[in-house]
Design a protein around this ligand. Structure first.
Ligand SMILES: O=C(O)CCC(=O)C(=O)O
Length: 292
């Protein structure tokens, strides 16, 4: 895999420039602090503040060490914890496999959204902000967002390493059919088993506290929490018709099909998905005229 692509990086950006140079052409962008600095969250959203606001809430925690299936979407947490206790895990900053995914904190405390409203560059109909929390060293497997929405992820606290890959590499990255995941374990890439990975190109960079990342529709991302930390992601509806259509099909037909087939055909369906991903990667290498 070649991770030498350089992501465009700015301190801040106007709505017009963002639309013209990044949203319409669907090009990733890293914004160094310019978004969060205009919000109260910049000084307010500390570990202790979150503990005070939501500390007693029981939340779903995902444990990477207990991942049930590498070929299906995550449907629920692996354990429950008091949110306040999980914030202590983050604060401790010791290696762990625990994280929280797609946490809708604003549902529990709507006034939190006043601290970090949806940034003007992402203005639109959808106004949901999801929070992501993770302990030191934990990672989020390589995936793209199921509804193909554009994502603006702001790292509130803690460094996060990101590998970002364009959807043009869907086949070479071993995309699992009818799913939004790769067969490949990005914590330790096995090039013998997944030779097409040698021909994938992407971006690799570390986000610092306060950085915002624009991920265009269906961009693959693999995130590693270098420090215990948390992020807020806002979404904006897909720009192209194809992304809108695919996002809609993913959250309706494809997700249901996968759940149903996993239930009725179990290992056989899993094997069909693995075979499909391997075959697509093989064909993509043939199209490129390269060998395993
Ligand atoms: O960094 C994380 O914990 C996950 C973020 C993510 O996947 C997203 O914003 O789409």
């Amino acid at each position: 895999m070649d991770l030498s692509l350089k992501i465009d990086t700015v301190e801040d950006i106007s709505v017009e420039d963002f639309k013209k140079n990044y949203l319409v052409p669907q090009k990733p962008l890293l914004i160094k602090g310019g978004i969060i600095k205009k919000t109260p969250a910049f000084t307010k959203w500390s570990v202790d503040f979150f503990k005070e606001q939501l500390g007693n809430l029981e939340v779903d925690i995902y444990d990477n060490a207990k991942i049930k299936s590498k070929t299906t979407a995550l449907t629920g947490g692996d354990l429950k914890m008091k949110f306040g206790d999980f914030m202590d895990v983050i604060k401790e900053n010791k290696p762990t496999t625990l994280r929280m995914f797609l946490f809708n904190g604003f549902k529990h405390k709507p006034e939190l959204q006043n601290d970090f409203p949806k940034p003007p560059i992402f203005a639109g109909l959808i106004n949901i902000g999801f929070l992501f929390f993770g302990g030191n060293s934990t990672s989020v497997r390589m995936h793209f967002d199921i509804d193909h929405s554009n994502v603006l992820m702001t790292q509130i606290k803690g460094r996060k390493k990101v590998i970002l890959i364009s959807p043009e590499y869907n086949d070479l990255i071993y995309k699992i059919p009818n799913n939004t995941f790769s067969l490949v374990d990005f914590d330790k890439i096995d090039y013998e088993k997944y030779p097409a990975m040698k021909y994938v190109k992407g971006y690799e960079f570390v986000m610092d506290d306060g950085d915002s990342l624009f991920m265009p529709s269906a961009y693959w991302h693999f995130n590693v929490y270098v420090d215990g930390g948390y992020a807020l992601s806002y979404r904006k509806m897909a720009h192209s018709f194809a992304d809108k259509y695919n996002g809609f099909m993913n959250v309706t037909f494809r997700l249901l099909l996968d759940k149903f087939m996993t239930k009725v055909a179990k290992e056989k369906w899993t094997q069909m998905k693995i075979d499909g991903a391997m075959r697509n990667a093989e064909r993509a290498m043939q199209r490129l005229g390269v060998k395993a």
